[in-house]
Write a protein that binds this ligand. Structure first.
Ligand code: GDP
Ligand code: IMO
Ligand code: MG
Length: 423
């Protein structure tokens, strides 16, 4: 059985958590392949809203196994909080949540380094979630990192101490005002590690290979979005992992020829949280309406998300980079009520009209060229089948499918599990 992928095509927060939860009924295993607790994946059902950061979004389904892959970075403190929040739902976590031995650990000093690095950048800051993601991946690629498997060795505390000491010297180098009590942070960290060790650590690449061989259906869950990819995103305003399809191969140990469907998910408009270029960003009433109706606040940091029209140039780029085979359009309900909708179909780039994503998409280089479409007024949130969708929305979908040359298989019309229309 091939491994299917689900990943975000914009700047994150497309609704991956919701859709993974919806799709889990069709899968035996859900495996996160990159990122860490910078992610906030929201799921809603039975009137309850859940936000997951590291734990895969299949966790609420009885029969699905959930794997945190080697490409993920884990903060034991946040992980423990996630586990605590799930306790009241009696999910039998121990038998259905496994962690790769090769996943890297976020130390308290990684978080401090993130804060120091951002503070030192002043106005040029990335707008990081400050979860220690960048510094942890730096230690990974710098070959200094600590991995989950290290926790099974007797000398892990020594390793920890050496690395933390080095980080403290680095924090001092930044020469910024960062207040912290490391002893207090470590107390929390060591307690959380004790809890983490109650779970099964596995050689996840081997586990997934065997599962695949025995016919299990596996869905790889991405975090962040394609435009936050370390290589293909709006560098340096990106995260520190490969959020694109190739990241699932390295983040789980699945060979490229074993990848099946690539499910790409996007909002019917665009949002971004944190700094960095955003050509279709709106600073007017339309943008405010999207933010208000879409309740656009970060699931991890609570920061307001920047909003704008759908950027088809960027979306095409993401479809190509990922080899997307089917699309899912989220938050269509948020666009109900606009007289006219705009879709960015090209950029004016240094005086020339282009239809691909150039090296620089900052406002001084790029202005969006828009096509206009008629909006719709109907409330979509109670609709349950494709034939109920208003004609103007159908036109919007047809236009996107024609431009992107990939079918839109799901249209999401609300945050709840049930507000999902299959086409
Ligand atoms: P993720 O990081 O990709 O999992 O997305 P987030 O959970 O950070 O952000 C998506 C937000 O939109 C969450 O608050 C979801 O509950 C919500 N959401 C998902 N799909 C829809 C939808 O179709 N309509 C509306 N109105 N909200 C949605
Ligand atoms: P999910 O999985 C949206 C953004 C941050 C910042 C940049 C770098 O919920 O879609 P980092 O913490 O990685 O150093 O931040 O990336 N960012 C996200 N934006 N959704 C996310 O995850 C994000 N994870 C990181 O806001 O701009
Ligand atoms: Mg999110």
């Amino acid at each position: 059985m091939a491994v299917d992928l689900l990943l975000g095509l914009q700047w994150g927060d497309e609704g991956k958590g919701k859709i993974v939860d919806v799709l889990t009924t069709d899968y035996d295993i859900i495996a996160r392949f990159q990122g860490g607790p910078n992610a906030g994946h929201t799921l809603e059902f039975d009137g309850i809203k859940h936000v997951l950061h590291t734990i895969p979004s299949g966790i609420f389904h009885k029969n699905a196994l959930n794997i945190v892959g080697n490409g993920v970075v884990i903060d034991p403190v946040i992980f423990k909080k996630e586990l605590d929040a799930l306790k009241k739902f009696n999910l039998d976590i121990k038998s259905k949540l496994f962690i790769s031995r090769k996943a890297h650990l976020i130390l308290p000093t990684h978080r401090l380094l993130d804060a120091a690095s951002e503070a030192s950048k002043g106005k040029a800051k990335i707008g990081s979630t400050l979860k220690g993601i960048g510094p942890t991946y730096m230690d990974k690629t710098g070959r200094n990192g600590m991995r989950i498997g290290d926790l099974e060795m007797s000398d892990w505390k020594e390793k920890y101490r050496n690395l933390a000491n080095k980080h403290e010297a680095m924090i001092a180098y930044y020469n910024v005002d960062i207040q912290y009590d490391l002893a207090e942070l470590e107390k929390d960290f060591f307690e959380s590690i004790a809890e983490l060790k109650q779970l099964s650590f596995i050689d996840s690449e081997e586990y997934l290979y065997q599962a695949q061989k025995s016919g299990k259906k596996i869905l790889a869950e991405g975090a962040q979005g394609s435009l936050l990819d370390i290589d293909f995103g709006t560098y340096p305003f990106v995260t520190s992992s490969n959020t694109t399809a190739a990241g699932a191969c390295t983040g789980l140990g699945v060979a490229p020829n074993q990848i099946g469907d690539v499910k790409g998910i996007f909002k019917a408009y665009t949002t971004r949280v944190g700094s960095g270029p955003f050509p279709t960003e709106l600073f007017d009433e339309d943008g405010e309406t999207m933010a208000r109706v879409g309740n656009e606040f970060g699931a991890t940091t609570g920061r307001p998300r920047r909003c704008g029209w759908l950027d088809l140039v960027a979306l095409k780029y993401a479809v190509i980079i990922n080899g997307v085979t089917e699309l899912m359009m989220m938050k269509a309900d948020v666009l109900s009520g606009f007289d006219t909708l705009k879709i960015c179909t090209a950029y004016n780039y240094k005086g020339e009209k282009i239809e691909h994503l150039p090296f620089n998409i900052e406002a001084e280089n790029v202005t969006p060229v828009y096509s206009e479409m008629k909006g719709w007024k109907e409330d979509l949130t109670k609709m349950s089948s494709a034939d109920q969708l208003p004609a103007s929305l159908q036109d919007y979908i047809d236009f996107l499918e024609k431009e992107l040359e990939v079918p839109i298989k799901i249209v999401s019309v609300g945050p709840d599990r049930t507000q999902t229309i299959h086409r």
